[in-house]
Design a protein around this ligand. Structure first.
Ligand code: NCD
Length: 304
């Protein structure tokens, strides 16, 4: 059966655990990796640097044949639909189609049109971004040692964030206490009662063991959701002076709007895990590709 990776709940706790264990094993023993005789399509309908390059590097490192589709220059410009594009890639015989799309639900939708390819969600609209959550959790486990009972605050434009949705699903599976902080019009409705509401960035930093800062997603925003960037910065930006009152580490999925949601001076600060997150992204994506395309290799890698 094809094992799609559409979102954290759909993947389930055991599979997520296995991918994290594999990612650690790969990181420790890079020279014993399998070579996968598989073809992988990167179907990126939306811009990306980190996610696209790290999936590509992961697939190439595993010896896959990797082709990149980008909407610009493709038949999308002649009016072809997303469904037909996915059907076409499936018919060509790709073993995995890694999809990024601006429409929420695009990965689940794509899964309806394939017979053999595994669909991997690399971020769909405001919905999910499961590999980002996996690399975030791997980073938190590396630095904090454990996640159960730890306080993780997520600060920024939560409403438009697929990272937020995947992060809270996975952090909850790991037993984290979750806090949220966002301007009123960027705070999602219907959050569970056990989630701590934090009024501003300073209190989020003081409360948390780790703070995940999210970008103001101007491309998804209707106008007027924040009064002004100056106003946003005053209350919701993680600033250098917050460090004194906390030992919290700082994560951000990138790209960072420097001096908007996070002080530029914090990007490379020793408390910032941003580069570690990027490095872990490659490990997590290699692990997911092995687990999806060559499940028979998993036991062997884990037992090394
Ligand atoms: C995130 C995304 O694209 O959802 N970035 C990423 O994958 N590295 C977050 C964002 O764009 O703000």
């Amino acid at each position: 059966m094809t094992s799609h990776a559409l979102g954290i709940e759909q993947m389930g706790w055991q599979r997520c655990q296995q991918i994290l264990a594999l990612a650690r094993a790969i990181r420790n023993r890079c020279h014993r990796l399998p070579t996968l005789d598989r073809s992988v399509a990167l179907a990126f309908f939306e811009p990306s640097t980190r996610t696209r390059m790290s999936f590509e590097l992961a697939a190439c490192t595993l010896g896959c044949r990797v082709m990149t589709f980008s909407a610009s220059g493709s038949s999308i410009e002649k009016g072809e639909s997303t469904a037909d594009t996915i059907r076409t890639l499936d018919a060509m015989g790709f073993d995995a189609i890694i999809i990024r799309h601006s429409a929420s639900g695009a990965a689940d939708y794509a899964a309806r049109f394939v017979h053999t390819a595994a669909i991997i969600n690399a971020g769909d609209g405001c919905h999910e971004h499961p590999t980002q959550a996996l690399l975030d959790v791997l980073t938190l486990l590396d630095v904090l040692g454990s996640i159960e009972g730890r306080r993780v605050a997520i600060v920024g434009d939560l409403l438009h964030s697929r990272v937020f949705r995947s992060d809270i699903a996975l952090l909850r599976m790991f037993g984290a206490q979750i806090g949220v902080c966002a301007p009123p019009l960027l705070m999602p409705h219907l959050l569970r009662d056990d989630i701590e509401r934090l009024p501003d960035a300073a209190s989020a930093m003081a409360w948390a063991d780790a703070v995940i800062v999210l970008r103001l997603q101007r491309e998804r925003m209707s106008s007027g959701l924040v009064p002004s960037f100056a106003d946003y910065r005053r209350r919701y930006s993680i600033r250098y002076e917050h460090l004194d009152a906390t030992r919290a580490i700082i994560c951000h999925p990138g790209p960072v709007n420097a001096d908007v949601e996070l002080d530029a001076a914090l990007i490379e600060h020793e408390r910032s895990m941003i580069q570690r997150q990027v490095t872990n992204g490659v490990m997590v994506r290699m692990a997911l590709l092995i687990e999806t395309l060559a499940p028979d290799c998993v036991e062997q890698i884990l037992s090394l």
